[in-house]
Design a protein around this ligand. Sequence first.
Ligand code: UDP
Length: 331
Amino acid sequence: MISKTILVTGGAGYIGSHACKALKNAGFTPVTYDNCSTGWEQAVKFGPFARGDLLDRSRLDAVFTQYKPAAVMHFAALSQVGESMQDPGRYWRENVTGALNLVEAAVAANCLDVVFSSTCATYGDQDNVVLDENSPQRPINAYGASKRAIEDILHDFTAAHGLRHVIFRYFNVAGADPEAEIGEFHQPETHLIPLMLDAIAGKRDGLTIFGTDYPTPDGTCVRDYVHVSDLVDAHVLGLKWLQDGKPNRVFNLGTGDGFSVRQVIEHSHAVTNRAVPHVTGPRRPGDCAKLVSGSNRAITELGWAPQRSTLESMIRDAWRWHQNTPNHYEK
Ligand code: UDP
């Protein structure tokens, strides 16, 4: 019988913790591997916690030996576009070397199924191109470049060592657990929706819109937002896909609908009934004008059925968690 234990790197983080909850609900035991550099021990609620760093190969080996996972879901990574432009070395070291250590340890432990959290940032800025899984990958920031490199590592390890993988290229993940047990909290926060909610709640002065001169209808960046609980449901399906012996596959995870920063602000006002204090500022280096998925492969092949990925639901769920857990997490 296949072990029900899944190693979840980054299980203390925003997406990883939601994945642990979805795995537990699907009958798996998620073991979180996390150094808590950006994640929170309080978010590890759905299975064992093995504290560790991806750069620590001997700790990884010990965790594989102890838990004997059937598969790995790899979320742990630095994920801020702006920071990656200022300190690319950190992104290459922690994201790429970390992933390399992880897959080497997985192969050594004969744990060959990997579900990997990649990103639409691997596509880069491609005007008027429909972004599907066959689109060229031309990242314009070090974050996207580091994720593309990890995809390459997975391909090479698949050819050489029989690794099997599902790669998910996420668009913009938003929202929170509909039961408000866990949510999105980064320190420092850089993401649009939590920043907006903080501004609405009076926890920060206001939001700065990064750039109003993009070639988009209202001049602000356009993104495709997907609800975190829908996103992690796709991961459980991806895991089952591998366990059913289906082929290595890449799936975009987005809705295909783009919303500008100004539209997100308007929706937030409508959902929370509070205006979002904001000013306009210059572009943030590394930002693409528009990132919207042009593929429904996850729906047609994987059977993914997003339930909550309207902007209203995402903001409503994020806002509920924000209000229920006003202090969020603490170290
Ligand atoms: N954004 C913004 N002000 C902020 C944070 C983000 O205008 O304080 C914009 C950002 O330029 C991008 C969008 O909001 O167009 C989403 O940014 P986020 O950092 O949430 O996700 P990313 O697209 O970088 O993955």
